[in-house]
Design a protein around this ligand. Structure first.
Ligand SMILES: O=C([S-])c1cc(C(=O)S)c[n+]([C@@H]2O[C@H](COP(=O)(O)O)[C@@H](O)[C@H]2O)c1
Ligand code: NI
Length: 406
């Protein structure tokens, strides 16, 4: 499992989010194939690898075929009145009747509902009556559905984000002038803990309703993750000329320690043991890092006395049975050993679920462990340490304060 770290320093839009997921490894051909299960009209999904400030990323575009011609027009609001408009019920029925996966359907419908609610409030109509202009157009539907198809491909389990930057001033759309943040974005912000800062140098919209609704659906937590490795960095480009670097950056993160939820009380793991007497402490430390980066559940070294009176280490690696080939390869790559012992072991574990508690402006992650009638909750050390450091508190008093909020 992988986590995603988002940096919306130039806002959020459907194009940026889709472009980013493709740059992070989402497969555009598989996406086009999956979209064939969903018939909404004639369009083309254009994915171009291009650069801004010599930084390469993905420009994602849905081009609508208008009267048999490919217009190449996308997300420029002024053009949207040419597009078909659809109501919420029609869109939900289309999604439900498609061959898309259950998860893609559920997330997409949630996003449509969220936007419909916001638009209905702004324009003072009922949710069912609202005939979306933007959202009903093919490109907006494709933006939303595509995002969750790519999301499913990348198998992301957790999302983190820095605060979202929004622009300022006003924008012109078909219905007239709108303040930034646009009214639908303001509605989407209601009763949802978002961190948004406005850049008053940027006199245009950075956060679109679609971008924000997608962001809410994947529910990032606003903290900088610690104890993780960045394994890939991507950029999804925005369309507007903002006068600044207009892209959404995101990184895939691999956990140093296993952060997976555990839903069963027992499983199987493999234990590998290697005796090493001819490598430096630096080389051993490096090997341990590589094994953790590649999904080892635990790696530890025990001092041992080896033959010819050589002090050595016994390196023990615990891993999932499915990760054996990769870890075996890395053991041979990073240690000098010509062989190792291993055994499959049964493991009894407590069920583990992730929780979080909010404290002032911080979010502190926690784990809840369960086994039969036993429940134990543990706050994440890194988050408690950061709360303690910010306020000059001891770790002990921080744990005591936060534990009560749980
Ligand atoms: O068409 C309508 S009613 C419309 C309403 C609003 C409101 O905030 S209300 C905003 N917009 C603008 O349309 C474009 C496209 O947005 P997507 O989310 O579909 O990418 C964007 O500039 C919105 O601010 C349209
Ligand atoms: Ni509107």
């Amino acid at each position: 499992m992988t986590s995603l770290f988002l940096e919306p320093f130039s806002g959020l839009s459907g194009d940026m989010l889709n472009g980013l997921l493709i740059d992070l490894g989402g497969d555009a051909d598989k996406l086009r194939l999956a979209l064939q299960d969903f018939s909404i009209g004639e369009y083309k999904v254009n994915v171009e690898r291009t650069e801004k400030s010599s930084i390469y990323g993905i420009d994602f575009d849905v081009c609508i075929k208008n009267h048999g011609k490919d217009t190449g027009i996308k997300n420029d609001f002024a053009h949207h009145h040419h597009h078909e408009s659809r109501g919420l019920v029609e869109i939900v029925n289309m999604i439900n009747g498609s061959g898309l996966s259950g998860t893609v359907k559920e997330h997409s419908i949630n996003v449509f509902n969220d936007i419909a609610k916001a638009e209905a409030t702004v324009h003072n109509v009922g949710m069912k009556e609202i005939h979306f202009h933007e959202i009903g157009a093919i490109d907006s539907i494709v933006d939303i559905v595509s995002f969750f198809i790519l999301w499913e491909q990348l198998d992301i389990d957790k999302v983190y984000s820095t605060p979202i930057t929004e622009g300022s001033g006003t924008i012109h759309v078909a219905h007239g002038e709108m303040p930034v943040p646009v009214p639908a974005v303001m509605q989407l912000r209601k009763n949802y803990p978002l961190k948004i800062i406005q850049d008053f140098e940027v006199k245009t919209e950075l956060v679109t309703p679609t971008g924000l609704a997608l962001f809410k659906e994947i529910a990032p937590i606003f903290i900088s993750p610690t104890d993780m490795y960045v394994s890939k960095v991507g950029y999804g480009f925005g369309k507007r000329n903002t006068g600044k670097f207009n892209a959404l950056r995101g990184s895939l993160l691999t956990s140093k320690h296993s952060k997976q939820e555990v839903r069963s009380n027992n499983d199987e793991v493999i234990k590998i043991e290697v005796n090493i007497d001819d490598q430096t402490a630096e080389q051993i430390g490096f090997a341990v890092d590589k094994l953790f980066e590649n999904g080892a559940l635990d790696v530890f070294c025990t001092p041992i006395q080896m033959k010819k009176n050589r002090p050595g280490v016994l390196m023990t690696v615990l891993l999932k049975t499915t990760n054996f080939n990769k870890i075996a390869y890395l053991v041979f790559k990073h240690t000098n050993t010509a062989g190792f012992r291993y055994q499959t072991m049964k493991r009894e574990v407590m069920k583990r679920e992730f929780k979080s508690v909010e404290f002032e402006h911080d979010v502190v992650r926690a784990k809840e462990y369960k086994y039969k009638d036993i429940t134990r909750r543990k706050l994440e050390y890194e988050d408690c340490a950061s709360v303690a450091e910010k306020r000059g508190w001891s770790l002990y008093s921080t744990y005591k304060k936060l534990q009560n909020l749980f």
